[in-house]
Design a protein around this ligand. Sequence first.
Ligand SMILES: [Zn+2]
Ligand SMILES: [Zn+2]
Length: 253
Amino acid sequence: MISSNPAFYFPGSQPAQAGGVCPICLDLCRSVTAVTPCCWNEMDRDCLQRLFANTPLGARTACPVCRVDLPDLSQSQHSMQGTGTMQTPKSRWVMSYELVSALKNNDWDKAEGIQLSIQNTGVMLVERARRELSNKLIEVLDSGTWAEAGRLKRIIQGIGAEPTHELMKKLNNKLIEALNRRDWDNADRLQCIIQGIRACRSQKVLQLLFQMLTTDKSKNSIDDQERLERINSANVPDEMEEAQSEAGLCLIM
Ligand SMILES: [Zn+2]
Ligand SMILES: [Zn+2]
C-alpha cells in the first residue's frame, strides 16, 4: 500500500494546505492528500496510488511533479508489510514540511509545538525549510506584528536555523530606517532579532551608528545617546564585553 510508504507523507483527512490542484488528475485536491518528499507538492493519495500501481518490482520511479527519483517504492512496500499500524518516527523532511505548513497558515501554536519536537529529537531541518523560515520572517517584518516576529524569532532561534542573506539584508535595512527615524524601540526590537537568530549587522549599520554617536552627537538628548550606545554595543564582537551584552539586550521580546 502506498499509504504506508515512508517515502510520502499523508497529512490525513485535512483538505490540501493550499487548496491546490492535484498535479496528476488536474482536479482540485480531494480530502486525503499525499505530499512528495522532493518538491512538497500535494496530490490525491488515490491518484498517487494509481500512478504507482503497475510499477514493477525494483523499477525506478520518478516524482510525478518534479521528476526527481523516488525511493524504490516496491522495496519499501515489502519491508513495510505487517507494520502498517506501527508509528514510525517522523522523518526530517516531514517535520520540516509540517513546520513550514503551520507557518504558512499562521498557526503559531502548532509551529511552536513542532519546533519543540524538532529540538527534542535533534532533527536537522532540510535546506528548503531553513529558507522558508527566513522568508516567513521577511513577510512578518513587512506586514505582521512584533508579537509574531518575536514568536518566529524564538522558533528560528530554538531550531538554530541559519538566516538567509535576504533576511539579514531586510533586518539591516529596517534597522537603518528605524535609526534614521530615531525610533529607538523598533531599533531595539530589530537588534534583538538580529542577535537572537545570529544574523550580522552590515557595514552600513555600523557606519550609521558611529556617525550618530560621534559626528552627529550634538543632535542627541541624553536619552538618545544612551539608547544609541546600547544598540551600538550589542552584538559587537568585542570579547571583553560579550558576557555583559548577552545579559541585558533581549528585554523587548
Ligand atoms: Zn488527483
Ligand atoms: Zn517532486
